[in-house]
Write a protein of this length. Structure first.
Length: 276
């Protein structure tokens, strides 16, 4: 696994097509524009367009043109729900040329599925971002097929880096677990904040105070984790005084039937669902 590093998009040439402008697609679009990608070079294909996306038409963004009018796109980013893939992919064929690269962020849709659904020898990248992409703090894992050139990989890395860190893998079988850990992971963290707030209320705190404490604690701890070079176990030890309150709580959470095995079961369940 390796990181290529973020870069600006001001020097990119050709057309970038975004297929699907829901939450994740919109986050990517905002990231591209924020890094300087020319709106005139972007095409958005989205039947249920949000007003905030439609407003970009005034800046030159091309919205819902006929796919047949978009020839030889440099990159086509597919950000639709996987359930509609079979209907959406064939309609993109006019956009795909010999130098095009197609990027899919659809969960569970394999490179093999994409290769069967698109023209032969299409350069393909399967990627899995997560929802912190909406604030530029996401992480995306990407895997290319054998037709992706070094220049295309650099282009895709730039597009994906617009919403946060990017990691590349060579083994596609890892993507189901990637989906379970980082793709679904934000929901686990939000559940922790919910549970912490409820526990505070159960222990006597007013609900609004418990919610504020839980949210600030999870958010602040995440930021500390991001900024610190120490490993997570060291950060945990730094908060834990022998025989203190944190140690008493961790004795419960780190019991044989505590948090770790539950998280392991949760990730295994999400991995299996991704495979299905």
């Amino acid at each position: 696994m390796m990181t290529e590093g973020a870069n600006t998009l001001t020097g990119l040439s050709g057309t970038t097509v975004l297929v699907g402008a829901g939450k994740m697609g919109a986050a990517m679009l905002h990231g591209w524009l924020g890094l300087g990608l020319n709106p005139n070079s972007i095409v958005v294909l989205e039947p249920q367009l949000a007003p905030e996306i439609a407003a970009f038409a005034g800046r030159g963004l091309r919205i819902n043109p006929s796919a047949s009018t978009v020839r030889e796109a440099s990159a086509i980013v597919i950000a639709v729900k996987p359930q509609v893939a079979a209907d959406v992919l064939p309609a993109l064929e006019p956009c795909i040329g010999a130098s095009s690269v197609v990027v899919s962020i659809m969960a569970g849709r394999t490179l093999g599925f994409l290769e069967r659904s698109l023209p032969p020898r299409t350069a393909l990248v399967r990627a899995m971002p997560n929802t912190p992409a909406a604030i530029g703090r996401g992480i995306t894992v990407a895997v290319p097929n054998t037709h992706v050139s070094p220049d295309q990989r650099k282009l895709v890395d730039g597009l994906l880096s617009a919403t946060g860190a990017v990691e590349w893998v060579a083994d596609e079988t890892l993507m189901d677990t990637v989906t379970a850990v980082s793709g679904s992971g934000p929901a686990y963290v939000f559940l922790l904040a919910e549970a912490l707030a409820r526990a505070g209320v159960a222990a006597g705190l007013p609900a609004d105070l418990a919610s504020k404490l839980a949210r600030a604690t999870v958010a602040g701890s995440g930021e500390l984790l991001q900024r610190s070079s120490a490993d997570v176990a060291t950060l945990r030890h730094n908060v834990t005084s022998p025989g203190g309150t944190t140690a008493a709580a961790l004795e419960v959470l780190m019991a044989k039937d505590g948090l770790a095995p539950l998280i392991e079961k949760a990730v295994a369940a999400a991995t299996q669902r991704s495979r299905e």
